[in-house]
Ligand binder design. Structure first.
Ligand SMILES: [Zn+2]
Length: 218
């Protein structure tokens, strides 16, 4: 078996997602770009329909950028082409997490975006979080909609479905998932209280320049 270290990083993140309640059961998926895999663009990804607490390194599937299995006995995640599409579009990104958390999913049902409301939201995630137009799981339309709505940000919400975050490292992307979930909760609470004060334009500009310098992520 190859790429043991990368597979263990994927397992650790998937199990932490489950422990923290960001996914239920076998939902969601986690992937890591395999360093130095060049043109082949190898990706270690969680398998389809397997409980995270039972995962071993043998269960993690390695695919190439066309979604073909390079190593592993199990079927890769049904969202493998979503992950592959993001790595192709964002060469600086090395980890992707797709999850179905409660507050981000609430936004996915009730809003079209989360406007810039918190400094740390903009510093880590890039600003307004858009909700990608709905398309069913695993479809090319979902991939196109998600990549378009993600734009240059580190997080996107998928209408009536869930959310997705990206990052330079698995630790960065996990932090981005937690940051998105907290931002979604604050936005829902503020909307319920009947008053949402946006960040000022000058604060957004300062926070965005920190985002662009990589301050929020290592
Ligand atoms: Zn999903």
């Amino acid at each position: 078996m190859s790429w043991e270290k990368e597979k263990q990083i994927v397992i650790a993140a998937a199990q932490e997602l489950s422990r923290k309640g960001l996914v239920i059961g076998t939902m969601g998926n986690v992937s890591l770009r395999i360093p130095g895999s060049g043109e082949a663009g190898l990706i270690a990804i969680t398998p389809s329909n397997k409980y995270y607490d039972t995962l071993t390194a043998d269960d993690i599937v390695v695919i190439n950028s066309d979604g073909e299995v390079v190593e592993g006995k199990l079927k890769p995640s049904s969202e493998k082409m979503l992950h592959a599409g993001i790595y192709r579009k964002h060469p600086e990104i090395n980890a992707v997490i797709h999850f179905h958390s409660q507050y981000s999913s609430t936004v996915a049902v009730s809003f079209n975006s989360i406007p810039p409301i918190l400094e740390d939201q903009v510093i880590c995630l890039g600003g307004e979080i858009r909700v990608a137009d709905y398309a069913f799981s695993g479809s090319q339309e979902l991939i196109d909609n998600a990549i378009a709505a993600l734009d240059v940000n580190k997080a996107v919400i998928l209408a009536n479905h869930g959310a997705l975050c990206i990052g330079h490292t698995m630790r960065d992307v996990f932090t981005n998932c937690e940051m998105l979930e907290k931002t979604a909760l604050v936005y829902i609470n503020a909307a319920l209280l009947g008053k949402v004060n946006l960040l000022s334009a000058s604060a957004i500009e300062k926070a965005k320049s920190l985002f662009n310098s990589g301050y929020g992520n290592q």
